[in-house]
Ligand binder design. Structure first.
Ligand SMILES: Cc1cc2nc3c(=O)[nH]c(=O)nc-3n(C[C@H](O)[C@H](O)[C@H](O)COP(=O)(O)O)c2cc1C
Length: 185
């Protein structure tokens, strides 16, 4: 069992986070969740609230006394999904004024897995530069861009095509989506 942090921001697509939480729990991992203030509203608006009951704990966004604020804590990695352009910009600039961004910054400085799933369209130059900066610093950027070649039949199946990649880059083996060349017909 490993311990992961799932950060959720106020971008659309909060179902990406609820599916990641479900799969991490099904695979036997411990999961701490951090919602930004905007995320709380978007989660409710997108009707995903109930899904987060599965979390082992919810960390308060302003609690800098949390383990998640410290490099000495032993969580394995973190995903921020969906990742707003606001949070992306803060992280790219080293502004760690809430626990979500601070925990992600800890992952970067401690060289732990940090997966970002940005959600915006279109992207302007500052968004793209921020992603490049974070990629160069060690984050993995996995855009909220699902694939269709496994013929997903439900929204959950479609969302899982992104979530499977997130799991893989957190170092979590999974077969939640058929891999290319296996059982997809
Ligand atoms: C319904 C809704 C959908 C939104 N979708 C996005 C989005 O896809 N991407 C984004 O960057 N911001 C989006 N926003 C705006 C963010 O919530 C806003 O910029 C907020 O300040 C982000 O703060 P946070 O990064 O602390 O969560 C959305 C807001 C609402 C109300």
């Amino acid at each position: 069992m490993s311990h992961f942090i799932v950060g959720i921001t106020g971008a659309s697509g909060t179902i990406y986070a609820s599916r990641l939480l479900l799969h991490l729990k099904n695979l036997g991992h411990r999961v701490s969740v951090i919602f930004s203030d905007a995320a709380k509203e978007v989660v409710a608006f997108e009707k995903q609230g109930k899904a987060f009951d599965l979390a082992d704990e919810i960390l308060e966004i302003n609690d800098f006394f949390s383990f998640a604020a410290s490099g000495s804590a032993s969580f394995k990695g973190m995903a921020i999904l969906p990742c707003s352009m606001g949070t992306l910009g803060k992280l790219a600039s080293g502004i760690t004024d809430n626990l979500l961004v601070r925990a992600a910054d800890v992952c970067l400085k401690e060289k732990r897995a940090l997966v970002l799933v940005p959600r915006e369209m279109p992207l302007h130059a500052i968004h793209l530069e921020n992603m490049l900066k974070l990629s160069k610093t060690g984050a993995t950027i996995i855009p909220a861009a699902p694939h269709f070649y496994t013929n997903p039949e439900t929204i959950e199946d479609l969302v899982d095509t992104v979530v499977a990649k997130v799991l893989t880059h957190l170092g979590v083996e999974n077969n939640i989506v058929p891999s290319w060349g296996s059982s997809c017909d």
